[in-house]
Ligand binder design. Sequence first.
Ligand SMILES: Cc1c2[nH]c(c1CCC(=O)O)Cc1[nH]c(c(CCC(=O)O)c1C)Cc1[nH]c(c(CCC(=O)O)c1C)Cc1[nH]c(c(C)c1CCC(=O)O)C2
Length: 346
Amino acid sequence: MTSVVTDSPFVRACRGLDVPHTPVWFMRQAGRSLPEYRKIRAGIGMLDSCRRPDLVTEITLQPVRRHNVDAAILFSDIVVPIAAAGIDLDIVAGTGPVVAAPIRTADDLVRLRPITLDDVGFVAEAVRQLVGELGPTPLIGFAGAPFTLASYLIEGGPSRTYLKTKAMMYGAPELWNALLSRLADITLAFLRTQIEAGVSAVQLFDSWAGALSEADYREHVLPHSARVLQGLADAGVPRIHFGVGTAVLLRAMGEAGADVVGVDWRTPLDQATEIVGPERSLQGNLDPAILFAGWEVVRREADRVLEQGRAAPGHVFNLGHGVMPETDPDILTRLVAHVHEASGRA
Ligand SMILES: Cc1c2[nH]c(c1CCC(=O)O)Cc1[nH]c(c(CCC(=O)O)c1C)Cc1[nH]c(c(CCC(=O)O)c1C)Cc1[nH]c(c(C)c1CCC(=O)O)C2
């Protein structure tokens, strides 16, 4: 990592250091809201495109060029490493990941093998290309957390109730821990690969952990996520930990070993700082739906998020979840400029 990147507003805010302006990027900034993305992806499957370093590089750069965001996020998906680990799956447009044969028994577990660098060499290559192209702009690597990955593997696809996932968690704790432990190994190896190739920060997505109570999260999930995050403690890059609907989990998600806790739009950032404590920065948390309400509302709500974010030791401006495909990209560009201007200490 070059010192320019280490000194970027994004990395500094993650570390709670002073910044010239509040840094901003958007979850799912690389994707379907951009016409140039839809054009380059035409006729190429999602997983195939994640395996082509030239395509990954171009798609990752698109939102950086267009919006002037303070960080790039690697174009990939949370199921890429589990596909590399031998699981037959597809990412179906409009649905999400679909697993051909879900994992429900101890015998099924053998289909999920550990990954080596060779299995995800295409990701390392894309990261190296990107670091060269991005210059001073930091690149964020990412992975899915064990619980969120397990939910896809057990359910076989997206779920609203997580019925089979919770049935295993409560009813077969040994199998549950064996599965999450394997997923933690894969996630840790996958994030290490990205860090060694040059990413400047990592985000662990536990998008669906909000389905759990704090007690169940602490007992059945936190130890596995903590093994991933604490396993990266010596890697020298900030670790962001994010989930949706996690108001009651924010403290535990920080304690798992994060430098930055990602917050959705339901919890105001000043309140989130009281819950998380003064040692960790926050990321978030404009409701992605607000981007459809007209510029005056966007500006007012962005100012509120900036104001409430001042309570945290460091604030990385983001949405409370990913950019929706129907979002007008010009609003995102305008929002980046506004966040920079309104927070500028010049
Ligand atoms: C849960 C989850 C997944 N994938 C991811 C998560 C965690 C983040 C979150 O909570 O939103 C993470 C992810 N997926 C993608 C990125 C790329 C980087 C970025 O711009 O943030 C990231 C960080 C690309 C993608 N991942 C996916 C797309 C759309 C596929 C396409 O363009 O055909 C993109 C750009 C597909 C996908 N993959 C997944 C879902 C739910 C979907 C959406 C299904 C749909 O509505 O079509 C699983």
